[in-house]
Design a binder for this molecule. Structure first.
Ligand code: EPZ
Length: 417
């Protein structure tokens, strides 16, 4: 079942419940290692990246059990620090295990996490920040050896906001001796969720969500029960799908405050948005207006993870749109597939494309090459005339619990095959 078949041209209608956040769940799962206790994480998304993280935690000696849409992790018997390289290689989010394990053990050996198709994904900021806390690194035959005889607090300044490096500092700092002050921290809501979980476990952390975070180390941490917040990128995906197909949808338990930059773009496209405490009401335009310039930026800017979806929508926009990707160096791989559907997209340079809206796309066979580009192809197929088959959908299942079920609930003609 690695393909999705869609018959496009249907305006989306109805309610959909937004799954738990992938990018909040992963660092919080890593953080369960720090308690040496049992935690229950409710609303944890059942997606491939979470399953991979769960198997890494089991390799380290944790017991992991699913209970409905929650997952219980007991880290009281963590036994070894070398992680199964094939799992680590396949997934960048295991990088946040580095900080958690250093907080728990004095030595960690892991496969050097490689890049992926959206970019080189360097880890220099992680290594710089953790070395400020007394960690020593050695790379031999593709493995990263990290040792910390004495993990201590430090003053750290990140030259640019990195979500993963911010998470690794927080995970190591809660167990370090003394306080850590992190300037230039990433401000994503997933950082706040991680700090909310650690706070519930007994950690003292101030400034989460701002550029300056202070962590008091050395406090005893206990397991807790915690609800993973809704996935803002999944909510943004469905919101932008409605911009492309028209219609009226309700995104249950989505947070408008976490998507302000996206809501602004959606309104410029001609959508009408109403955020409430229960979720977001979305009315899409008959045909999206062309937003002259959409530029990705670190939170609270327009998220890079929704760039491909906005690009897909603007392929049928009323005019021309420049899309600029400032975070990753290779995040336009979906362009080729969209061209096969009739899109008119010109690569201006490696960081920007010019989209000239056409009246409609035409269904055909396309292939997902990565997670968010794959989701953008599903949106394009929902907008297109005729039938589309999207293959390579295992990429999409890394981050979307059941994209076919969700879009079917919104009236789309979509099945996985
Ligand atoms: C997280 O990746 C997310 N992944 C990404 O979501 C998201 O796109 C990204 O943050 C946004 O910044 C998870 O949370 C699991 P970064 P991360 O460190 O932490 C450069 C998805 O689709 N950089 O914030 O790896 C880096 O090259 C995924 O769900 C360094 O130069 O991203 C990039 O240009 C894709 N050196 C920028 O910083 C470093 O040591 C932001 O990267 C680390 C990063």
């Amino acid at each position: 079942m690695d393909s999705i078949r869609i018959r496009g041209g249907v305006a989306l209608q109805g309610n959909v419940r937004i799954q738990g956040s992938k990018n909040a769940a992963l660092p919080i799962l890593a953080a369960t290692l720090l308690t040496g206790d049992s935690s229950l994480l409710k609303n944890c998304p059942r997606i491939a990246d979470v399953y991979a993280m769960a198997s890494l935690l089991k390799d380290l000696g944790c017991s992991v059990n699913w209970q409905g849409n929650g997952i219980e992790v007991d880290s009281s018997r963590v036994r070894r620090e070398e992680m199964q390289s094939e799992a680590v290689k396949g997934m960048r989010s295991s990088l946040c295990l580095l900080g958690a394990l250093l907080g728990r053990c004095s030595e960690v050996v892991m496969e050097y996490p490689g890049g992926c198709c959206i970019g080189a994904r360097p880890i220099d900021l992680h290594l710089y920040a953790l070395s400020r806390m007394g960690v020593e690194f050695l790379e031999t035959d593709g493995k990263l050896h990290a040792t910390a005889d004495r993990l201590h607090g430090a003053e750290i300044v990140l030259p640019k906001p990195s979500v993963g490096a911010t998470e690794n500092v927080i995970l190591a700092a809660v167990c370090a001796e003394g306080d850590t002050v992190l300037e230039g921290a990433a401000r994503e809501p997933e950082i706040e969720a991680l700090c909310d979980y650690l706070g519930a476990c007994g950690a003292w952390i101030e400034g989460a969500g701002s550029g300056r975070i202070v962590i008091r180390g050395g406090r005893k941490l206990y397991g807790t029960e915690f609800s993973i917040p809704a996935d803002r990128i999944v909510a943004g995906t469905y919101l932008l799908a409605c911009m492309g197909t028209g219609g009226n949808i309700f995104l249950e338990n989505a947070s408008g405050s976490e998507l302000e930059a996206v809501l602004q773009v959606a309104e410029q496209m001609g959508g009408h948005i109403c955020s409430t405490n229960q979720g977001i009401y979305v009315q899409g335009p008959i045909r999206p207006k062309a937003v002259s310039h959409i530029e990705t930026a670190p939170y609270p800017g327009f998220p890079t993870d929704l760039q491909s979806m906005a690009l897909a929508v603007e392929t049928v926009g009323e005019g021309e749109t420049v899309i600029e990707e400032t975070i990753f160096e290779n995040r336009f791989r979906v362009v080729e597939e969209l061209r096969q559907m009739g899109a008119c997209i010109e690569q201006m340079d490696e960081r920007s494309v010019l989209v000239k809206g056409v009246p409609s796309l035409t269904g055909t066979e396309v292939t997902a090459k990565e997670l968010r580009g794959g989701a953008a192809l599903v949106i394009a197929a929902l907008m297109a005339r005729g039938k589309t088959t999207v293959s390579g959908c295992s990429y999409i299942y890394r981050g979307y619990e059941n994209i076919c079920r969700d879009f079917r609930e919104l009236g789309a003609r979509i099945i996985s095959v």
